[in-house]
Write a new protein. Structure first.
Lengths: 409, 409
């Protein structure tokens, strides 16, 4: 799916264009021309060459246009829901108590194993379409609620189905090492991940992830899994230092991982290591918000020169958040990022975390993923939390949500 | 505008019905019959009398149904926006610095005075319709950005226009004593409020409000204004103890005010006084969220037996929030209310704060304001923050957003 479209009347165009003076490379009174799904021209409308006129076009009436959001960390495919557990936590039960009573992640594993392929796909596609409607044009999706080879494979196949059936681009990650399956011996489980799951899942995934934390995998176990993933051609990323400081961020840097995610307990030393390694910090403010815990030190990481991305962590246990606009608001209000930093992290930062340099910005050569805001400036995203500000979503030059082109009206 | 409609297939019906065992009076597998805009029957669908069948009906397929949200505190009518000020605060400027530089509330006063009647009405109606789409069926609207008699009157007329032009019910409040107009003598301004604004505005309002806090009006000044309002037939409500503890909540209790709003610095003694007086505590978690300040002690107030309402405080400076679902999530995650308490506060609590006993619940005699959630349970509202979970909005028995009745499909 790809199209050609001219977008004019842009009051504020956020280009994130490398080389421009400000972080967002904002251009006033702008236009963008997309040909065959790829941006061919972007700049002040007064400078638009005539060759780009004459085809399908929309005038957005002075609204702001931003790159499509790139949500670089989600668990979009799952069975069941855990709303009851959410309510129990608000009444004071701890996650540990809920886990001991058979809830927590193991409840989702059981529900995911029970779910039919068609239900897994339909539910994940519905989530993906809601994400698309709120401006997300690329989404990473992890396995990790199977914990057996068959279900891990089914989850990654479901992710591929969502990619094929919806306009959103899905980037699959293998997360067999999410937690040790209940009733399994720890070493046996690790051997299963490395010896059986990885060979079966690697052809279906682009990245290998491990949840390294208290109650999950040690840093040494994470290293074993990620190195095995690398041997199967999967780039590493890590759930790191969310619940405690274990040293997982430092491992991410040592391995040159694409990203270290969560980082609620990251230190300035971790920040320096991530910056040196070029590993992206993927911050997930929806998780700390939903868990009522302290957010990751986003301000510190940004100021230390780390490349920061923002993502939803969409999952049924600790962050059932689908909206990147809400994540941008949380990054500002809970982590102290500026609106420009947060928007950059939710677009360009996410693309860098996924090692997809062709998106998260708007300029010649970028894919034509644009979001028209029903607002004059990107500032309105965090300024008006909870309001649906997405007017139109354009994916590879085709309007997939919102306005119709002039020709169709 | 009012209609007759039968709603069947309700998986979970939140009635808030007085006398039922649990706070929300939830009924499984329920139906609701609305006749001429008023609920005539609600209960288990198996018990539905035949007399209520045969007219327009919708089957909501197992979804949850709640009473329409009652947003009891907004500043919906205003000119301009203050997104730039929002960004400056995130970069570290204080509200005091922004105020000194001509920003803050005085920027909105200037923009509101400049705005044409038609722009004021159109912008406020657009906000009201977005609120309606997110489930709000009744909204309180304050004046207070005029600070001169002519503009205060224009604001209240704009609120009446929004009431007439949209399905949402607008409840008007006079807030001439929002802040002393810039350049005015404090005593002169109070004389203007009481001697000229009140007589002009009272016929257009139901309540009189005062912002009593540091930098605004003292408790003694608030008493003078509210007693003058009472003499004009306006019931009192107060912006109380938001920025500091001034004793305004205690004044609200002494006057038997309908509500004391904000209460970020309320004490257990204030709670006891509010409970004794039957004054509703209207909590505004969108404001503390947007200001990055500590939220009001919602848990303490609820546990002290105070009637708690939740509202958006929608305004261009400190809480540009239109979504009651986000407010419910913030009340849970930032104030520690349970999902049931927060939902009750956002519906029944709001109705009590506005002294409108005919709404905020679902049962015979209540007006037919219902919201169908795209979820099986009310728990999903705070569990899935930022996701648009409103499937259909029914106002006085008419579908105003979402699904069409069977007959029309």
């Amino acid at each position: 799916m790809s199209g050609s479209l001219l977008v004019t009347g842009i009051g504020e165009l956020v280009t994130n264009s490398p080389g421009s003076g400000d972080l967002l490379g904002a251009v006033a009174d702008a236009a963008v021309a997309i040909g065959d799904g790829v941006v061919v021209w972007a700049g002040p409308e007064a400078d638009l060459p005539d060759e780009h006129r004459g085809g399908a076009s929309i005038d957005v009436g002075g609204r702001a246009v931003i790159p499509g959001f790139v949500d670089a960390h989600t668990h979009l495919v799952f069975g069941g829901d855990r709303s009851d557990e959410f309510a129990r936590r608000l009444r004071g039960e701890s996650y540990r108590q809920i886990l001991a009573a058979g809830g927590g992640i193991h409840a989702t594993v059981a529900a995911t194993r029970r779910a039919s392929d068609s239900d897994l796909i339909a539910d994940a596609a519905a989530r993906a379409l809601r994400m698309l409607a709120s401006g997300t044009t690329t989404v990473e999706v992890k396995s990790g609620y199977g914990l057996d080879t068959a279900t891990e494979v089914r989850m990654l196949r479901a992710a591929a189905e969502v990619d094929a059936a919806t306009p959103i681009d899905v980037v699959p990650t293998f997360l067999g090492a999410h937690v040790v399956d209940r009733g399994s011996d720890r070493d046996d489980y690790l051997r299963l991940v490395v010896g059986e799951m990885l060979p079966a899942c690697a052809p279906l995934a682009r990245f290998c992830d491990v949840f390294s934390d208290e109650g999950a995998f040690t840093v040494e176990e994470a290293r074993i899994v990620l190195e095995a993933g690398l041997a199967h051609g999967l780039r590493p990323r890590i759930h790191a230092d969310q619940l405690s400081h274990t040293g997982a961020a430092a491992l991410a840097a040592r391995l040159g991982a694409a990203s270290a995610d969560h980082l609620d307990h990251a230190t300035p030393e971790d920040a320096a290591a991530l910056r040196e390694a070029g590993t992206v910090a993927v911050l997930l403010p929806g998780a700390s918000f939903s868990l009522r815990s302290s957010p990751a030190p986003g301000r510190m990481l940004w100021d230390a020169g780390v490349t920061v991305a923002l993502a939803t962590d969409c999952n049924p246990g600790t962050s059932y958040v689908e909206s990147m606009p809400l994540v941008v608001a949380l990054a500002c209000l809970e982590m102290g990022l500026t609106p420009a930093e947060a928007l950059w992290g939710a677009t360009r930062g996410g693309a860098l975390a996924l090692e997809m340099p062709d998106r998260g910005w708007i300029g010649p050569g970028a894919i034509g993923d644009l979001v028209v805001l029903d607002a004059p400036s990107h500032l309105h995203i965090p300024y008006r939390p909870g309001t649906a500000l997405v007017d139109t979503v354009i994916k590879r030059g085709e309007i997939v949500a919102g306005l119709r082109p002039e020709a169709d009206r």
